[in-house]
Design a protein around this ligand. Sequence first.
Ligand code: NI
Length: 170
Amino acid sequence: MALLEIRLLGAKVLREKAPPVEAVTGETRRLIRDMFDTMYDAEGIGLAAPQVGVSERVLVVDVPDGDDARHVHALVNPVIVESGRETDKATEGCLSLPGLEETVVRPVRVTVEGLDPGGEPVRIEAEGLLARALQHEVDHLDGILFIDRLSPLKRSMLLSKWRKSSSAAR
Ligand code: NI
């Protein structure tokens, strides 16, 4: 088990558009394993490679779905190929912005295509929390954070809260 350092708001890598993975290799699979370890250790439900300092299009999610069911996925080069028109609101947080939470509006349903850790094509028709987590993580691959999905007012309120808490920590 290897824990990777989670990069926080302010790290340049979080704002870069990550390039696609050219070939899914053993190195990719090791990154995915380490990302799962890191995500579970931090008690998150999703993690994108840029959050551990790797600018590559890789994400992992482990989303609960009632009745003890879970959706566990690792995706390489994920693309949202369809978004439903219906949207809903839910509270989101992010391991790169610890302590911050806000309501984010997103489509309820998305279809995501990508490669699995074996390099095989996968297609996921997701709704609810899984759809939300996948959209949040795909955003990370484009350098987008959930605070960018808020109104300017809410965003600046969260950022000032962030600055206060990070200066208190120093
Ligand atoms: Ni996040």
